[in-house]
Design a protein around this ligand. Structure first.
Ligand SMILES: [Zn+2]
Length: 298
């Protein structure tokens, strides 16, 4: 028997060497490859590595079994690129693991739950109006078609612009922070004017309450426009990396929130507001000493 992962000859070519999707996770591709060739995934792994021990597959082994060049495979499968650290999440900076668009999968006749690494700012399929962002499923488990929700489509365009303007990493960090804040707002029913029509569109009836319970699966979708708009404020260098704070900062911050989100934002009315916590975190505890005297005008 050969020692771990070493073999005298490369694995033989598989009868159905299906192509990977661009950016596909290695696990997803190996699963699809096994199914296409009517193999159990463990048997495919043994075929590729020459052992049933738990050893990683190699680019050369996969290239021999699929007839595809190591270069094209490593281009499509980020986790197998030279220098990639196994198990790192995400495999690429500012990327997230997402299920492939169901229409793209159908077009290729591929397994519909294939997963790929996508830039965080890509929440709608570039080819179809299918929501790919944080998992939101319809009642029958399908991905949402957002073609009839122009506010979501417009938000996706603003999200692309945000990543281009501030860089993918900063945009991803600001969006993560904004999503945390808008999720809490949704849970408590704050600033609900833009969410209500989206909840109604997704559920087919006007909601009885503007609150969404913790973990409600539609939250990432119905808060998306305000999450993107809030990200635009949180990504601004002036707010993200303040140099010399001034007495007028909080009022200006409030005006920026109003301008970009279209909400009346009065942090002095809600000192536990998650956005105000974000402001304090970036501007220091002295920020709390001024908000008591803020006027309610804009
Ligand atoms: Zn698609």
């Amino acid at each position: 028997m050969f020692p771990f992962s070493s073999r005298l000859a490369p694995p033989s070519r598989l009868p159905r060497p299906i192509p990977p999707f661009p950016g596909e996770t290695t696990k997803s591709y190996l699963y699809r490859l096994a199914v296409a060739n009517q193999l159990h995934p463990d048997d495919l792994h043994a075929h590729l590595t020459g052992t049933r021990h738990h050893v990683p597959i190699t680019l050369d082994g996969l290239a021999a079994a699929t007839g595809r060049s190591p270069h094209s495979l490593s281009h499509a499968l980020p986790e197998l690129r030279p220098g990639a650290t196994p198990g790192t999440y995400p495999a690429l900076p500012a990327h997230a693991r997402r299920t492939i668009c169901r229409r793209c999968a159908a077009h290729r006749g591929a397994f519909r739950f294939a997963t790929i690494w996508r830039p965080v700012e890509v929440n709608i399929c570039p080819s179809h109006p299918i929501w790919l962002g944080p998992p939101v499923r319809t009642h029958n488990g399908d991905q949402y078609d957002v073609g009839d929700l122009p506010e979501i489509l417009h938000a996706q365009r603003r999200h692309y612009r945000l990543a281009r303007r501030h860089g993918r990493q900063t945009a991803a960090e600001a969006f993560t922070e904004a999503t945390h804040i808008t999720t809490l707002w949704a849970r408590h029913g704050f600033h609900h004017e833009r969410r209500i029509p989206l909840i109604q569109a997704l559920r087919g009836h006007r909601p009885f309450t503007s609150r969404l319970r913790s973990g409600d699966p539609i939250t990432p979708l119905v808060t998306y426009p305000e999450s993107v708009d809030l990200s635009r404020v949180l990504a601004m260098p002036h707010w993200r990396h303040p140099t010399v704070p001034t007495c007028d900062d909080l009022q200006q911050f409030r005006r920026d929130i109003h301008h970009h989100l279209g909400i009346r934002y009065y942090p002095q009315d809600s000192p536990y507001d998650p956005l105000f916590h974000w402001y304090q975190k970036h501007h220091g505890p002295h920020a709390t000493q001024r908000f008591d005297n803020l006027p309610h005008d804009r």
